[in-house]
Design a protein around this ligand. Sequence first.
Ligand SMILES: [Zn+2]
Length: 213
Amino acid sequence: MSRAAESTPDPADDATASTDATYVGVHTGTDTLLAAASAQPTLGTGFSVHATHVRERAAYLATTIGALQFTPFDSSAGEAQVFAAVWHQIRPQLDGAAAELIDHVQRFDTPRIVLAEQHAPTTTLWERRQSNDGTGAWLPTAARQAVTDRAREAGIPVVRVAAPERRDDCHQCGTTGSVVGGELSCPDESCSVDRVARGQNAAVRLARRGAHE
Ligand SMILES: [Zn+2]
């Protein structure tokens, strides 16, 4: 262990440590809607919300809009109505998940949320409504926005960092892992990580980036 690591103040012993921020990485995705973890995760401190229910609504939207577009008459008004109805269901789910996440993050002293910067131009659910591949593609963006809004309300600073280039590198040793069923396996036998939820792994990496920038 390096000298720098040894001199890191222990929050329990050092009163000044309460002024140090805890960086909490928040990964958003289409399988795991939200995953949160600190830079030094310990067992049981991770948080995640699955996207199943939101994805079901989004898939319903794509199917219905697709059916409407096969009709011989102008269906734009109907599309807008379906969209509004489904968005009305999805929006509270996103907000509710973001609120749960903020509750979790507030357990840390002086939290700072770390989100990945947006790469692609933001497309809305409405713009994506016609594409089959788009049912989930807007979801991480919408989830990031919901987290940003809720964090602002709660007065928690949000830091944006560049997204890691290789998505599935082990957060502990940096070796590219293999993904099975939403879990990442680290192939490095000397690494302390055997298997980790993919969203959690991504969240830890974001937290570490935030802490080092
Ligand atoms: Zn590893």
